[in-house]
Design a protein around this ligand. Structure first.
Ligand SMILES: [Zn+2]
Length: 335
């Protein structure tokens, strides 16, 4: 009997416990219901450690911020750098606490720095023009290649990033400004006769002159001996060296001046020096002559100045080397 009594007591206690548990569960359900009804999951938003507001649409706000920082090709914006990304902390606030997504967005983006992306057309290593799109830049290069611009091998496209947007040029402007005609080689009249019996083109070998020559001017070689082009129907009888107007021309070797003047033959003002053994050198298109016929000159002596007299389209020296009236390639002996 005693044992039965104990068992009954335990059973009663258990029943009471179950009732209590059910009660507690119901209370919890009611509490959660109240929370859902009156509270809303809200995020406290901080920027650089400072609370700037609250949002209940964390993902929507963050997406909007992300979109703001992203590439905007139409305005050449590569990306927008912002000081800091906001941080979020979950908190429970009463429903009547105001969220301020717009204010937060404004605060996050107020110090945004746009980084622009654009393209530079380069010539050599210099940036010449800026264009908005790669497509336009490519178009410029293509058009210049089609026109066979002299500088086409020096042109390039460089992608640029910067905080400042450059002024963009149009494709047409770039093409017309960058286009360079291929060097027009000066044309000469070949009716002149300072050495009428000479023939051009003994480039068959390195004929020994018996003397050594120095470069009469330093400059850029614009036309080589023997070259042909559309404006010349003979092959080129000398070497053209472009140099600034007035540059001193030196005697390539010592000798005697056999001609100094303007024969109206296309060479303009020119000098011929005889070096003995049938070797002569010719210096044409000079702006002024510093020696006269019969005068002896030493190697390196100033004999004339660079110009563009006679059949010439720019300041340059037309330099010839002749042996027994035959023009030889000056580059065998100089330059
Ligand atoms: Zn020439």
């Amino acid at each position: 009997m005693f044992i039965i009594n104990i068992l009954r007591k335990i059973a009663i206690t258990t029943r009471k416990s179950i009732k209590l548990l059910i009660l507690m569960f119901l209370a919890a359900v009611v509490l959660i219901g109240l929370v859902v009804l009156f509270y809303n999951p809200t995020y406290e938003v901080s920027l650089n450690g400072e609370v700037v507001g609250y949002t209940s649409n964390k993902s929507e706000l963050q997406e909007k911020i992300n979109a703001y920082t992203q590439e905007d090709e139409e305005n050449n914006i590569a990306f927008i750098q912002i000081d800091a990304m906001p941080t979020y902390k979950l908190c429970l606030l009463k429903k009547d606490v105001e969220t301020n997504d717009d204010e937060i967005y404004a605060k996050v983006t107020e110090n945004g720095t746009p980084y622009y992306k654009y393209y530079a057309i380069t010539e050599g290593k210099k940036e010449k023009f800026y264009l908005s799109s790669f497509k336009d830049a490519e178009e410029v290069i293509e058009q210049l290649e089609e026109k066979d611009s002299a500088n086409q091998d020096d042109l390039g496209i460089v992608e640029k990033y910067g905080k400042e947007l450059k002024e963009f040029a149009s494709v047409e402007t770039c093409v017309s400004e960058l286009y360079e005609k291929k060097v027009v080689v000066q044309s000469y009249s070949y009716s002149y006769a300072p050495a009428s019996n000479y023939s051009t083109g003994s480039s068959s070998g390195n004929v020994s002159l018996g003397i050594s020559l120095i470069n009469p001017v330093s400059g850029i070689i614009t036309s080589r001996f023997g070259s042909n082009d559309s404006v010349r129907d003979h092959s080129h009888s000398g070497l053209d060296i472009a140099a600034p107007y007035g540059t001193t021309i030196k005697a390539a070797a010592s000798g005697t001046v056999t001609y100094s003047g303007n024969a109206g033959d296309g060479f303009g003002n020119y000098v011929i020096i005889s070096h003995g053994n049938g070797v002569t050198t010719v210096y044409a298109h000079c702006s002024s002559l510093l020696v006269s016929a019969g005068q002896t000159v030493s190697q390196g002596e100033a004999i004339a100045r660079v110009g563009s007299t006679g059949n010439s389209t720019g300041n340059h020296l037309h330099f010839e080397v002749r042996k027994n009236g035959v023009t030889l390639n000056p580059q065998y002996y100089t330059y």
